[in-house]
Write a protein that binds this ligand. Structure first.
Ligand code: ADP
Ligand code: ZN
Ligand code: ZN
Length: 733
């Protein structure tokens, strides 16, 4: 027998794989994509087998034997191997880290995929009975229906729990002889099927066209851009195409933004489909996450919904991929393995030969450009599904106005009117806390973070200054540290201050604040929905958390307090983000049958972007912005990568990047370098940061250059003095 070597990806920051020999103790040859436990230095590590061959580049006497095979079958089926290998190369990230970040933590740590959870199924005696014949208890009827739906394979106890069915209910059914427990977990790949819990709505003609276009392509790769204003019924299009996918016994994967996985979204899917739905969100325990992952992996879960990293969940019968709010920044991982989940979702669909739908009311310029060239098929929903009226958007000129904590008299008046009519008002301000600046009246001193180039935000209850960049916090000083006077005052407003001001102005109206501080607890969203009585006047104050996925039917006025904040950012995408935010926020007004109004407070009423948005909406803005990008050869008409460096001294990072430029100049296909420059927040948590932008007119050229250049950079003499990373297709500069 020839000697076989395993080529293994290990979670170490090295851009290579490691070879191990196959010990005699292994009873089977490891499958590609399975985990092995191997010795590494003084430790043991969990690695992924990328390939098995007779060849090795290492001297055979240096090669150690793998210790233990952890999986009988591949955890990463071939389409996942394809996706992750591609991603490691494209994002220029160490392959071991790519594979390990694609796994739930417990699997990464070597935990067994299968545990000994018991399963339940109906007994043969129960066949053909109906729920009412079985029991009068509604809990037992519920359990019965779930078991009946899955009577071929039985259901695992964790999934039953997930459906709200407790063990004592199952035991009661067992006592009557209708149900039985069995130990074996089904390890066979299953195929889901379609079970409705409620009937679909009747699609309007635009929706029907979209549904047909997508459904006709099930079974083949194609990218659709579903461009529809908020409330135009995109979710209904998703639901009905998912139904076609399930009818083919295939699984659907739905990616949502971080703050888009709201109880309302979840409830809509559960209300429509009586199938196994997996939700992957940050509230799961590691054990729950592993079991959810396993249900997807075994094909039991018909629908998998989750944020960014859900794109890595293996699904043996994947038939449809949906990316909701595809423009959202949270799809881009901002540290470590900096992938873009929307872009990987497209590749995933390609490898699984299925359609992918990118949906948004404000698509990214990248996706719109792809639709214009015909690479994506555009599906437009131009009208709101329920109320057909447009929501007017008006500017409030703040110049020379007397403001009450950031609220202009015109806005106060408009709020009063809505409250009077027992309607609700939504107020946005993208800053939590009480006030962004604590300042000395006498000398102009401002409270800053000692570890960052940033001011600290004043919070009340408890009274502290917080840095929103590094987490630093301290008690506010009683006196100015510079001039020792006592006249310190809070400048500017955060959500807490606005809440207080509104409470004074409208003392009899319930006011709800929604930001990261107020929604930290697990049930806070639920409580919030309970508290907001849709028949009564109320004011909601919040950060952009409120802009997505939430539906408050009685909101008729939406106000943005600082519509121009962000207009002057250094990032070339700043204007795109402002346009998206304003459009999305505006979509929250008048979603039901009542007429809505959007008010934008600004000091820059003549700003061309605001004027363009007002006159032509997001579409008009897009045409203008695309022309601008084209002129500058910026994405989507050029391709970028960002080399970031961090060091303990201000000059070190810049010097390192300069040597990186010099070594790149000598290479073939050298792209344009912009920089190096200090990063926008040059000092963060005591570390100095700089970056270098790399720009090329062609993606493959940039890719070729990066793979050679990064190898050279790793050999630079000052590499040890910095922490560096490469960000391909950076979203934030
Ligand atoms: P989007 O996802 O585009 O914001 P939704 O799918 O949430 O829009 O739809 C907005 C509202 O319109 C929802 O209350 C939804 O139930 C309703 N709706 C959507 N499509 C239809 C339809 N074909 N008939 C009736 N109501 C619809
Ligand atoms: Zn002072
Ligand atoms: Zn800080």
């Amino acid at each position: 027998m020839p000697r076989l070597y395993l080529h293994v990806a290990l979670p170490v920051p090295l851009r290579k794989t490691f070879d191990y020999s196959l010990p005699a103790s292994f009873t089977q040859q490891p499958a590609v994509g399975s985990r092995v436990l191997v010795p590494f230095g003084q430790r043991e590590m969990v690695g992924i087998v990328l390939s098995v061959s007779e060849e090795t580049d290492s001297p055979p006497e240096k090669i150690k034997a793998a210790r233990q095979l952890l999986d009988e079958h591949a955890l990463f089926p071939s389409y996942m191997m394809q996706l992750l290998t591609w991603a490691a190369q494209y994002y220029q990230h160490p392959i071991g880290d790519v594979f390990s970040s694609a796994l739930p933590t417990l699997l990464r740590q070597g935990e067994a995929l299968y545990d000994n959870l018991s399963h339940w199924r109906l007994t043969p005696a129960a066949e053909g009975l109906s729920a009412t014949q079985v029991s009068r208890s509604s809990k037992q009827q519920h359990a019965w229906k779930a078991l009946e739906m899955h009577h071929h394979h039985g259901i695992s106890e964790d999934f039953l729990l997930h459906l709200g069915i407790r063990r004592d209910t199952l035991l009661a059914l067992r006592k009557k002889g209708w149900a039985e427990e069995f130990g074996q977990l089904q390890r066979k790949i299953e195929k889901p099927s379609l079970h409705y819990a409620e009937s679909p709505l009747v699609a309007n003609p635009h929706q029907q066209q979209a549904i047909n276009a997508i459904s006709q392509h099930l079974g083949a790769f194609k990218v659709f851009l579903l461009d529809g204003v908020t409330g135009s019924g995109k979710t209904e299009v998703y639901l009905q195409t998912i139904a076609s996918c399930l009818a083919n016994h295939q699984q659907a994967l739905i990616l949502v933004p971080e703050i888009g996985l709201t109880p309302q979204t979840v409830a809509r899917f559960r209300a429509r489909f009586a199938v196994d739905i997996v939700m992957l969100h940050s509230g799961l325990t590691e054990r729950e996450r592993l079991r959810a992952w396993r249900r997807a992996y075994l094909g039991q879960a018909a629908i998998v919904i989750g944020t960014r990293s859900t794109v890595f969940t293996p699904m043996p019968n994947l038939g449809l991929v949906i990316v909701d709010e595809e423009h959202d920044l949270s799809f881009k991982q901002q540290d470590g393995f900096r992938y873009h989940a929307r872009d990987l979702a497209i590749l995933r669909a390609q490898f699984s030969h299925c359609p992918v739908v990118l949906g948004s009311a404000t698509p990214s310029l990248e996706s719109i450009a792809n639709a214009k060239t015909g690479r994506y098929q555009l599906l437009a929903l131009q009208q709101r599904a329920i109320s057909h009226q447009e929501t007017p958007v008006k500017l409030i000129d703040l110049r020379g106005q007397k403001l009450k904590d950031g609220l202009s008299p015109a806005l106060q008046e408009a709020i009063q009117q809505r409250l009077h009519a027992k309607e609700q008002v939504l107020i946005f301000l993208n800053r939590r806390g009480f006030a962004p600046v604590l300042m000395c009246h006498d000398c102009g001193w401002q409270a800053k973070c000692p570890r960052c180039d940033a001011r600290t935000t004043l919070h009340r209850q408890p009274l502290r200054l917080h840095c929103h960049h590094c987490g630093f916090s301290q008690l506010p000083p009683k006196h100015c540290p510079d001039c020792h006077k006592e006249q310190l005052f809070a400048v500017g407003a955060g959500t807490v201050r606005i809440e207080e001001a509104l409470q004074q102005l409208f003392p009899h109206t319930p006011i709800h604040r929604i930001d990261r501080d107020s929604t930290r607890r697990k049930d806070s969203w639920h409580e919030l929905y309970q508290a907001i009585d849709s028949d009564k006047a109320a004011i909601l104050v919040g950060t952009q958390m409120l802009a997505k996925g939430h539906h408050f039917p009685n909101v008729t006025l939406v106000a943005l307090l600082e519509a121009d904040s962000g207009l002057f950012g250094a990032d070339f995408r700043a204007s795109e983000r402002v346009a998206q935010l304003i459009t999305q926020v505006a979509g929250r007004a008048g979603r039901a049958h009542k007429a809505g109004l959007v008010l934008l407070q600004t000091h820059q009423p003549e700003h061309p972007l605001l004027q363009q948005l007002l006159q032509t909406g997001y579409q008009g803005f897009v045409d203008l912005a695309l022309a601008e990008r084209q002129a500058l050869a910026l994405p989507p008409y050029g391709y970028l990568a960002l080399l970031r460096a961090e060091a303990n001294y201000p000059e070190t990072a810049l010097e390192f990047l300069s040597s990186a430029v010099s070594c790149g100049m000598n290479l073939p296909d050298c792209p344009e370098f912009w920089g190096p420059i200090p990063a926008p927040l040059a000092k963060k948590a005591g570390i100095f940061r700089a970056h270098l932008l790399i720009k090329s007119p062609q993606r493959p050229v940039l890719q070729r250059f990066l793979s050679i250049w990064l190898g050279k950079i790793a050999e630079l003499p000052d590499i040890k003095r910095v922490r560096w990373s490469i960000d391909v297709d950076p979203q934030e500069l």
